[in-house]
Design a protein around this ligand. Structure first.
Ligand code: NAD
Ligand code: GLY
Length: 372
């Protein structure tokens, strides 16, 4: 059922002429009103995947038909390994084979994988066409669809080829979260928890007291969590769109997390699982640097665990586990001249970026990983 307009929450992203709203409500995807006043064109192309398209593409196609004479659908294979050149090329192939002009609007219907590749296609097709994010995972609704980071993976590194390119709108339909596998829901909760220690301890309190409702997918609780997460991310992106500095705080837990993802092989742990465990490591590092007390570290660990996420890191090497983590973390995009930069909690609700001695990082890894 279409939401009453008063039930639709709007979070603005303030970026001058690139400003756009995030819409949050149940029932948005199939409601034609959701897409009113978007750029008009002869053609809309929905990019989705083989899991999400059968569930939600028909509703989106029908709603878009009110505005676009031709609505095309491209369903890509599902999975992180398909966020690559051949699938980017498939998007361009469809656009060119159908004679799509530079007004064509792309709609990304799926999780972060679909959102990232579609956004990059939109950034590059005919030097840029409008696109709309219709995120269908919790992680994509609270993080990846917002803020304009688009990318594909290279065999030598994740998200290495991409562009900053803002969508024209983000459409967060809470109803789609009902079909999400439990593991994916937990992965999204990791990115929600992240916003507490870096920006809003009141939100951390709220997440702690509402974790059962979130795990039960209670729509009101999910609506609050998605809205507050988007507000915090919108505030950060509005101040630092291209990550000159501040935006890096959104990567709390990601330096350790990316090492886990890469070290185990992509797909073994979900991104959100690795970030959850990475936040525990980054919190302990913050404590060892004398920035926060042990009680906050314990609180973050408890919350990550309550969300159904791992809190103990995997062994990445049988001989020198901490050394392998360090080696992988040096490849992080935040590293400068081989020095790893960590997002740390500088005080409850405030984050910053700094280096740390290898010996201290080794201690943290040893304390957080399963014994060899
Ligand atoms: P994903 O896109 O792979 O989706 C996870 C799984 O859930 C997939 O199998 C997908 O088909 C399925 N799915 C999606 N919606 C569903 C639904 N409603 N019902 C049932 N199944 C559904 O993973 P993700 O966690 O959404 O995104 C991870 C990606 O996002 C990574 O590539 C990561 O690099 C990227 N990312 C980007 C940013 C950014 O700022 N651009 C931020 C964080 C993560
Ligand atoms: N997910 C981190 C960022 O958007 O900057």
């Amino acid at each position: 059922m279409a939401p009453a307009s008063s039930d639709v929450q709007r979070v603005p992203i303030d970026l001058g002429e690139r400003s756009y709203p995030i819409l949050i409500a149940s029932g948005l995807i199939g409601d034609a009103q959701t897409y009113a006043d978007l750029p008009r064109a002869q053609t809309a192309l929905i990019v989705s995947n083989t899991t999400v398209a059968p569930l939600y593409a028909q509703a989106l196609q029908t709603a878009l038909a009110s505005y676009y004479p031709r609505v095309l659908l491209l369903s890509l294979p599902d999975g992180e390994s398909h966020k690559d050149w051949p699938n980017l090329q498939r998007i361009f192939d469809v656009l060119l084979e159908h004679g799509c002009d530079r007004k064509t609007v792309l709609f990304a219907l799926g999780g972060g994988v679909v959102g990232d590749i579609t956004g990059f296609a939109a950034a590059s097709y005919m030097r840029g066409v409008p696109f709309v994010q219709v995120p269908t995972t919790l992680l994509a609704q609270v993080d990846s669809s917002v803020g304009g980071k688009t990318a594909i993976n290279h065999p030598l590194g994740k998200n290495m080829i991409g562009a900053f390119y803002q969508p024209a709108r983000v459409v967060c339909d809470l109803d789609v979260l009902t079909s999400l596998p439990a593991r994916e829901l937990s992965a999204g909760l990791a990115e929600i928890i992240k916003y507490g220690p870096i920006a809003d301890m009141g939100f951390l309190d709220w997440i702690e007291s509402h974790m059962p409702e979130l795990l039960e997918r209670e729509p009101r609780a999910l609506g609050v969590a998605v809205r507050r997460s988007c507000e915090i991310k919108a505030g950060v992106v509005g101040l630092d769109e291209r990550e000159a500095g501040l935006r890096a705080i959104l990567n709390f837990g990601h330096t350790f997390g990316h090492a886990i993802e890469a070290g185990l092989g992509y797909g073994q742990w979900l991104h959100g699982e690795a970030v959850g465990c990475g936040m525990v490591m980054a919190a302990l590092l913050s404590e060892r640097l004398g920035l926060i007390d042990a009680a906050l570290v314990a609180r973050i660990r408890r919350l990550v665990q309550a969300a159904g996420l791992p809190v103990v890191g995997p062994q990445l090497s049988p001989t020198d586990n901490a050394g392998r983590y360090l080696e992988l973390m040096r490849l992080d995009k935040k590293s400068e001249a081989g020095q790893i930069k960590f997002v740390v909690i500088e005080a409850p609700g405030r984050a910053g970026v700094r280096g740390a001695p290898d010996a201290l990082v080794r201690e943290v890894i040893d304390a957080c990983c399963v014994p060899a």
